[in-house]
Write a protein that binds this ligand. Structure first.
Ligand code: NAD
Ligand code: DAU
Length: 350
């Protein structure tokens, strides 16, 4: 088939990546979307079951640390753009195994940048877009917001690896004129999120009547964004964002962890027909995460003013929808929790 553009999406079998792949495959039948994923514990092709048969979708299982594999791929396809999401993404895992994060997030990103630099003689209309995190900016006190102009101050091995890759992306823009874009987003929630992250972990544990681990005092604050709104923002930035620019993406939606967990408990009790307050009894305060950042909050005025982006889904509505999805997708949950996740969970909390 003749496609107008061929776009490589890395990490498309993961949580956010699968939403981005689905969105672009459905919206742009004139694009060939090539999904590259190593399929680590966090990658699952079932996340894309509804689009695997689409004629404008292909999947390649590959590690972005495999330089020769990437060379072969870039020889096989003539990519017009790369939307790079593949990463090790869980802060707790980065504390126990930082090297994996440097390899995938830093070296893997470098490998992709090198292929673009080598292959893109004609830079017109090309784009290397790195999907990054607000954690690169460090931790806020009770006041203030992360702006695009803030200095980087990463404080976990995960955020340090994402900050390094952001710097490499910008350096390839400045030094080799690779047309780059970056966005730094706050915490995402929604369907297909691996249940090691707070929201799906709490839902899954309530379902299984397991303790709900709250790190420290539960006072840490995160700014939550519906994952499909993040996918909308990525589509917008890829097509309309300015080359060389960074865009912060957030939900204007700050929650202390303990308030969020209490809300989830109440929603779950209502859905499961439990007596009021039943799930809250499972809340268990545990040792704090090492170096736990206190607060993240995004100033999203740049993307709103320049590109007209605003989150579309209210948090309470998105959370209800997310709970329903996890309650209705037992097979998916059983599937992803039956492998090394259980082993990780047992080692981590017991
Ligand atoms: P995820 O862990 O759910 O998915 C990551 C995907 O990358 C998986 O499919 C995995 O198999 C793949 N992958 C990992 N290592 C790979 C490698 N070496 N080669 C090829 N593929 C590999 O992550 P996510 O939460 O969907 O995050 C996606 C991206 O968005 C990451 O870059 C993350 O830093 C960023 N981000 C995430 C959030 C969030 O709240 N989850 C917020 C802001 C930014
Ligand atoms: O801010 C964006 C980042 O959000 C992304 O870049 C990361 O990939 C993503 O994992 C997420 O990082 P967090 O560390 O904020 O997410 P997590 O779901 O792990 O934790 C959310 C908050 O809940 C954090 O303050 C730690 C706390 N927590 C987490 C877990 C897993 C608990 O109290 N108990 C838990 O069991």
């Amino acid at each position: 088939m003749n496609f107008k553009k061929t776009i490589l999406i890395t990490g498309g079998a993961g949580f956010i990546g699968s939403h981005v792949v689905r969105k672009l495959v459905k919206k742009y039948s004139e694009y060939h979307i090539v999904n590259l994923d190593k399929l680590t514990y966090a990658g699952n092709l079932n996340n894309l079951h509804d689009i695997v048969d689409k004629p404008n979708y292909s999947f390649i299982q590959l590690d972005i640390c495999n330089e020769q594999g990437l060379k072969d791929l870039f020889n096989q396809f003539s990519f017009d753009g790369v939307i790079h999401l593949a990463a090790e993404s869980h802060v707790d895992r980065s504390i126990t195994n930082p090297k994996e994060f440097v390899l995938t997030n830093v070296v893997g990103t470098l490998n992709l940048l090198n292929e673009c630099k080598l292959k893109w003689d004609d830079l017109d209309d090309k784009c290397f877009y790195h999907i990054s995190t607000d954690e690169v900016y460090g931790s806020l006190g009770e006041e203030g917001y992360f702006e695009e102009t803030n200095s980087y101050d990463p404080r976990s091995p995960y955020s340090a690896s994402k900050a390094s890759s952001d710097h490499l992306v910008r350096a390839y823009g400045h030094t080799y004129n690779v047309p780059v874009k970056i966005s730094n987003c706050s915490n995402n929630y929604g369907s297909f999120q691996f249940p090691e992250k707070l929201i799906p972990l709490i839902i899954n544990n309530i379902k299984n009547k397991k303790p709900l681990p709250i790190y420290g005092k539960g006072e840490n604050v995160r700014d939550w964004l519906w994952v499909e709104d993040h996918a909308n923002a990525i589509d917008l930035i890829y097509h309309k964002g300015r080359v060389g620019e960074t865009y912060n993406i957030g939900g204007h939606n700050e929650w202390q962890n303990i308030d969020l967990v209490n809300l989830l408990c109440d929603i779950m009790d209502r859905k499961l027909g439990n007596p009021d307050g039943e799930s809250r009894k499972l809340i268990t305060y545990v040792k704090d995460r090492a170096g736990h950042d206190l607060r993240y909050a995004i100033d999203a005025s740049k993307i709103e003013n320049e590109l007209g982006f605003k989150p579309s889904v209210k948090f309470e509505e998105g959370l209800e929808n997310t709970v329903d999805w996890y309650l209705n997708n037992n097979n998916w949950l059983n599937d992803v929790t039956s492998g090394n996740y259980q082993h990780y969970y047992d080692n981590h909390y017991n």
